[in-house]
Design a protein around this ligand. Structure first.
Ligand code: GLA
Ligand code: ZN
Length: 681
């Protein structure tokens, strides 16, 4: 097991701090910078992202540049021992640019050019905007690339959105030309003879037609590709001017419209923004906790286990949630340490200080409008700062899970953009499969469908609806070599073009691999389900009766062992859970999205059979999670209670010490409501 180098070069401590906007204050309130530095020290905060939305100050009029103010801020932060992530300001352009060059503004789907407003609103294709961004980035790199405070580059901010200007549409057509070569290929891939959509000229292609499901999928791919291309352009301009620091951009969890795996290929460090909405109600919070855990696991998996950065989070409550209830101290602490438990080497907030005006003046921040350290939120941040300072040994540690769950944006897009599959909730099914591991304290990676699988014992791929080239071969190899694979309903339905496989589902070679044919799908009304029963003497030792979800495939076993069968309606007697032995491994096929009980029983049996080791050899109470990070010698075990009730568990026989108190621990471990305990073993 390897330990990674610190994410911030030569800084083997947790990055604690966040977005800092001193430029909002410096003209009228110059004393605020010094006051902030005093407060940063008190809060144990050491790392700040600056300049994210500063273009209008860097370049107030076209070609007139001002950088001295930023140099002053960097100098002061550096003198105070702070690390800086310097942003490229492309996330918000200055007003003069929109009025002089309207092409930098986006066009909506009705062909209306947006006026200057808000942020995150530039056209990703506009050569002019790209040139302006490159010029700005080169200047920033020249001015500050060698500044000792600058440790990483924060590329733009939460890249997102699409534009329907002629330049974007033309770029889409060019992208298609490279992908398909000819209109004939494209017409076939999109099944374009349907409704007389056959294209005879490239310029006839208009991405706004959602009735061509293949095109919709390609448009989404294009948005990611164009955004990544824009990001590469930003990186190249920094590098061209000599900036050498690693780069990252802040992602948004499982944001629907961008395939972040393509981002991961071009950034040096993975960074994510996380705003879980706690309800202070156990069942809802347990679900939120497990969903957040899944997203964190994905970000850790994106660079093969390398620690990532929690770039934005809220120390209190964001102003944009419906009920901005103050975040209770223990809830805050457990939320932040959850990211650490899942591989983050930072706790960073949006934002350091509340601004006096603008849409975010009531967004939770470390420093409130009262302006002092004497607030509950400030105290809780300072307390966490002191905890993090005791966790330096955790920096660079990771985990090597034996289980992987597949979550693939293209699968999601295909499912969500095909009429007739609306009852499949892809993200939720992935979260549920992950939860079955999470609640047992089993570490899990979240991978896209093309990732290598060799190091895992168990791979679960919910609704692998779209098959990218090479995926079936990889799955087959994984199973032949002894792996256990779980596939669920709506698998192998379409090719990468959203064209149905011929010859029966699951297609593309999976029918043979699974030993199963899914003839039809039964969709059930709300509240309805079919009954199912485990077959006596099945090889997993499952017993009992359960119910299906609201979707159930009518399966035929074609060589697979039937573990469970439906016992109601016209397809009573048909399998619902099967196992096919292939080579040294097994493929399970589950024809329904199971409820938590059924999935729980099935996953528990699989884990026993595969010899999957949980973090703790003990049963975890409801709402409690156990995660581990290790350097191969020392394990750091994070036990977290996401419930408002106290919980207890019995530690296994290994030697444990509390990281914070250094006390030895054994036997019964008590957890107060929302408490996190960090143990060393
Ligand atoms: C996003 C943005 C930040 C800020 C926060 C508020 O994550 O990146 O600039 O607007 O939301 O929650
Ligand atoms: Zn455009």
């Amino acid at each position: 097991m390897k330990k990674y180098l610190p994410t911030i070069p030569d800084f083997p401590a947790f990055a604690h701090g966040g977005d800092y906007n001193p430029d909002q204050w410096m003209d009228r309130y110059p004393e605020v910078l010094e006051e902030d530095i005093r407060l940063m020290d008190l809060a144990g905060c050491n790392t700040f992202s600056v300049g994210i939305f500063s273009w209008a100050r860097y370049e107030p009029r076209e070609g007139e540049f001002q950088f001295e103010w930023m140099r002053y801020i960097l100098d002061r932060l550096h003198a105070a021992g702070k690390q800086v992530f310097l942003a490229t300001p492309s996330g918000s352009k200055p007003a003069w640019m929109s009025s002089t060059y309207p092409e930098v503004c986006r066009m909506d789907a009705r062909g209306r050019r947006e006026h200057h407003q808000g942020r995150h609103n530039h056209c990703f294709t506009s050569p002019l905007y790209r040139e302006k961004v490159a010029e700005m980035n080169r200047k920033l790199a020249k001015e500050f690339g060698a500044h000792p405070a600058v440790k990483l580059w924060h590329l733009s901010n939460e890249y997102n959105g699409e534009c329907h200007c002629e330049q974007c549409h033309r770029a889409f057509r060019e992208w298609l030309r490279v992908r398909y070569g000819s209109l004939e290929e494209l017409n076939h891939a999109w099944w374009a003879h349907f409704w007389s959509h056959t294209f005879h000229e490239w310029q006839e292609i208009d991405p706004r037609d959602a009735s061509i499901e293949g095109m919709r999928l390609d448009w989404l791919r294009f948005i990611t590709s164009q955004t990544v291309d824009f990001m590469k352009h930003e990186i190249a301009s920094l590098r061209a001017a000599g900036a050498e620091q690693p780069v990252f951009t802040n992602m948004m969890g499982v944001f629907p419209h961008l395939d972040y795996w393509r981002f991961a290929e071009v950034v040096d460090v993975i960074a994510d923004d996380s705003y879980p909405a706690w309800r202070y109600e156990d069942e809802a919070d347990r679900r939120t906790a497990s969903r957040t855990a899944m997203i964190h696991d994905m970000h850790r998996s994106m660079k093969g286990g390398k620690p990532w950065l929690l770039m934005e989070s809220c120390p209190d409550s964001p102003q944009w949630i419906q009920t901005p209830k103050p975040k209770r101290p223990e809830v805050y602490r457990t939320e932040m340490l959850q990211a650490v438990a899942h591989g983050s080497d930072s706790v960073l907030y949006f934002q350091w200080r509340k601004g006096r005006g603008g849409m975010e003046k009531f967004h939770g921040a470390v420093v409130d409008h009262v302006g002092s350290e004497h607030t509950r939120v400030f105290r809780q941040v300072a307390e966490l700062g002191s905890t993090l300072s005791k966790l330096c040994d955790v920096i660079g540690t990771t985990v090597c899970p034996q289980v992987a769950i597949l979550f693939d944006w293209e699968v999601r897009w295909a499912l969500e953009n095909s009429r007739g599959t609306g009852m499949i909730h892809y993200v939720e099914s992935v979260v549920e499969a992950h939860r079955a591991c999470w609640k047992r304290g089993v570490s899990t990676d979240i991978l896209e469908s093309t990732c290598p699988l060799d190091s895992y014992k168990l791979v679960v791929a919910p609704h692998l609806y779209l098959l990218k080239p090479g995926v079936v071969e990889r799955l087959r190899r994984f199973v032949e070599q002894g792996g256990t694979l779980v596939l669920t309903s709506h698998t192998g339905v379409v090719t990468e073009h959203n064209l149905c496989h011929r010859g029966g589902f699951p297609g593309g070679g999976l029918r043979e691999l699974c030993g199963v044919w899914a003839e039809e799908v039964d969709y059930l009304y709300e509240g309805a389900s079919q009954k199912l029963s485990m077959n006596e003497g099945n090889s997993l030792g499952l017993i009992g009766n359960y119910e299906t979800g609201r979707v159930c495939e009518v399966l035929h076993a074609e060589g697979a062992e039937v573990l469970a069968a439906v016992t109601s309606d016209y397809y009573a007697g048909h399998p619902v859970l099967t196992r096919n032995r292939v080579g040294n491994g097994s493929v399970y096929y589950l024809g329904t999205p199971p409820d938590e009980d059924f999935l729980g029983a099935f996953m528990a049996a699989l884990m026993r059979e595969c010899g999957i080791e949980p973090v703790l050899q003990t049963t975890l109470p409801e709402g409690v999670s156990a995660q581990v990070r290790t350097d191969g010698t020392t394990d750091f075990v994070f036990i977290q209670n996401f419930s408002k009730r106290p919980r207890k568990l019995v530690l296994d026989a290994r030697e444990y010490r509390c990281v914070e108190s250094d006390m030895q621990l054994s036997g019964l471990l008590e957890l107060a409501p929302w408490q996190t305990r960090i143990l060393r073993r």
